[in-house]
Design a protein around this ligand. Structure first.
Ligand SMILES: [Zn+2]
Length: 264
């Protein structure tokens, strides 16, 4: 599942290619992939002004509207200059003059939602702290964890607390911070919160530099794999970098990988 670094990698690839392009049409190949949340003339999606990220959402701002894209489990945005090209799971296409963006999605959970420029989306407004913002600090983390006795691993996956982390980077950040995934969120000391904030930023930063993680099917907008899978410490590993055996357990239905020796 694409997490913050994969979504950011897709955005970085798209920015240079589609900002300034006029959207000629949006073609839907599978019902409900494109969801219109306001009355816009279908002929006027405008020209792309900027592309931003909030959590795992891609926000495409145009001169007339905004598109909110979520890749969910298996969504991919593939840019091509071949207007005849298609892919096996082509759900929708955003068409420009001389290129198009194919939204390919095997599992079909992803979507492209279209809103007025200033309209509330009901999706991004409730997201939690953004890891690269100045609000992502020990004081705010302490306050959002204060009433949460759930295991820290589950708290990290909650998008209303921190936006953008998924299973891979939650496991990797906890390993880097030396914190057990089982520790109650509100039990973390100031020193642990300090380690955790810097671990999360460091892990995400490194993953973006590496173009994300490709475990199964993630690809960037040029259909290239990421490289961070070569740098994983515990996720789907048998040994941690210190040579200890990595343990696996289920937390809130998701597999947690951790080292019981390095993480306390
Ligand atoms: Zn270890």
């Amino acid at each position: 599942m694409p997490e913050l670094p994969e979504v950011q990698t897709v955005i970085n690839g798209l920015k240079t290619e589609v900002v300034g392009e006029k959207i000629r049409e949006i073609v839907e190949h599978r019902e409900d992939t494109v969801q219109l949340h306001h009355k816009i003339s279908m002929e006027d999606y405008g020209t792309i002004k900027s592309i931003d990220r909030r959590g795992k959402y891609i926000i495409v701002n145009t001169t007339t509207c905004k598109l909110l894209i979520h890749l969910r489990m298996t969504g991919k945005l593939l840019l091509t200059k071949n207007l005849q090209k298609t892919t096996p799971h082509n759900r929708a296409e955003i068409v420009f003059d001389n290129k198009k963006l194919i939204f390919d999605d095997i599992r079909t959970f992803g979507s492209i939602c279209i809103f007025n420029k200033k309209q509330k989306t009901g999706k991004i407004e409730s997201l939690g702290l953004e890891p690269f913002s100045k609000e992502f600090n020990i004081k705010n983390l302490k306050s959002v964890f204060a009433r949460r006795s759930a295991p820290i691993k589950n708290a990290l996956l909650n998008q209303k607390i921190i936006a953008g982390l998924g299973n891979i980077y939650a496991c990797e950040s906890l390993y880097k911070a030396g914190i057990s995934p089982l520790s109650p969120a509100n039990s973390l000391t100031k020193a642990q919160l300090e380690k955790l904030t810097s671990a999360i930023k460091k892990v995400l930063e490194t993953a973006i530099v590496q173009g994300g993680t490709t475990i199964s099917d993630y690809r960037n907008s040029s259909d290239k794999k990421g490289n961070f899978q070569k740098m994983l410490s515990v996720y789907k590993k048998e040994q941690c970098p210190q040579g200890h055996e990595v343990k696996k357990l289920k937390q809130a239905g998701r597999s947690t990988y951790y080292c019981p020796v390095c993480q306390k």
